[in-house]
Write a protein that binds this ligand. Structure first.
Ligand code: SF4
Length: 321
């Protein structure tokens, strides 16, 4: 059974206008996404900024209310849960953020930040157990427990991300939504954080939904990858299949922009015309058609749905094969 199952999830934000604040239109940030994550698996989620991947991650853990669709965790639908019920389930799915500094309270010590999560879910019977658990978590993410009384500003960017990971781990989750957790870090530090996440996954059997705009990073950590464009998943399969044999023209363009290390491997860069269209008024038919190098007449009127174009390889393109 899947750990996480998302079905036809939509997140529309109203755009208000005028004195009476009438809803003029909707930003269709997420527009009918379905995906699954198995226990202990990493599913990568890639796409350019503004494609809806962060909104999708937040809607999955109910930091944003979905407009329609369902999210189920271990077979139980959590979309309609509220109050104490939701808080109880939320222990099982956590999030780490792109900007660890912005997500850590600057007035709290590291010990207080991690301890707060333990307190909310009443996971320590007394202060000694709580303190021991905080120190154990710091150690687990590669930080010296001696720094438990320090404040976030006293740490480097990479160390702050480690604190964010320790806080997420404090409640013993099964799934962590990682929202661009390394994109604000130096390349050398990125590798350390990715390796830490991989080690913790093996030790604790964690599942990750790993959101990033960098396909190279996602390929490194994910077993499967989903590619998003204008609020929809346009391709999903095993990472190797998506990266070596992309089926959707948008994925082909993304892959062509990834630098190759092997000098014998020549790759032609596909430069897409124009910018990503507005999600307020997405193009008719295939939302990618104004930028697609191989678009045909029917692409302007017919929305392509995800279909299995090769074994275990799904793409939303009329021409993919
Ligand atoms: Fe391009 Fe048409 Fe495929 Fe859309 S459906 S990606 S426009 S070929």
């Amino acid at each position: 059974m899947s750990l996480l199952q998302v079905q036809n999830l939509k997140v529309y934000f109203p755009v208000n206008h005028g004195l009476l604040s009438r809803v003029r239109a909707y930003v269709k940030a997420v527009d009918g996404v379905s995906l699954e994550v198995a226990p202990g698996e990493t599913l990568g989620l890639v796409g350019e900024s503004g494609c809806g991947k962060t909104t999708l991650g937040r809607a999955i853990i109910r930091l944003i209310e979905p407009t329609a669709g369902t999210v189920s965790f271990e077979g139980e639908e959590i979309t309609k849960l509220g109050g104490a019920e939701l808080r109880r389930r939320r222990r099982k799915f956590q999030m780490i953020f792109q900007d660890p500094y912005g997500s850590l309270n600057p007035r709290m010590t590291v010990g207080e930040i991690i301890g707060e999560a333990i307190d909310i879910h009443k996971l320590a019977v007394d202060d000694d157990t709580r303190e021991a658990r905080v120190k154990e978590l710091l150690q687990a993410v590669g930080l010296d427990p001696i720094h438990v009384q320090r404040y976030p500003h006293e740490f480097s960017g990479g160390q702050r991300q480690r604190i964010g990971i320790a806080r997420a781990l404090a409640v013993e989750p099964q799934l962590i939504v990682c929202d661009e957790p390394v994109s604000a870090l130096d390349v050398s530090v990125q590798a350390q954080i990715i390796n830490l996440l991989k080690d913790l996954q093996v030790q604790k059997g964690l599942a990750y939904l790993f959101i990033a705009h960098d396909l190279a990073v996602v390929e490194h950590i994910s077993r499967r990858v989903a590619v998003m464009y204008l609020g929809r998943v346009v391709e999903i399969s095993e990472s190797k299949k998506v990266c070596r044999d992309p089926k959707h023209p948008y994925t082909q363009a993304l892959i062509s922009a990834v630098p190759v290390v092997d000098p014998d491997l020549k790759r032609q860069r596909i430069v897409l015309p124009g910018d990503v269209p507005s999600p307020i008024n997405p193009p008719s038919g295939c939302p990618f058609h104004p930028r697609c190098p191989i678009a045909e007449a029917r692409c302007k009127v017919e929305l392509p749905l995800l279909r299995e174009v090769a074994s275990g390889h799904w793409a939303a393109c009329h021409l993919a094969k």
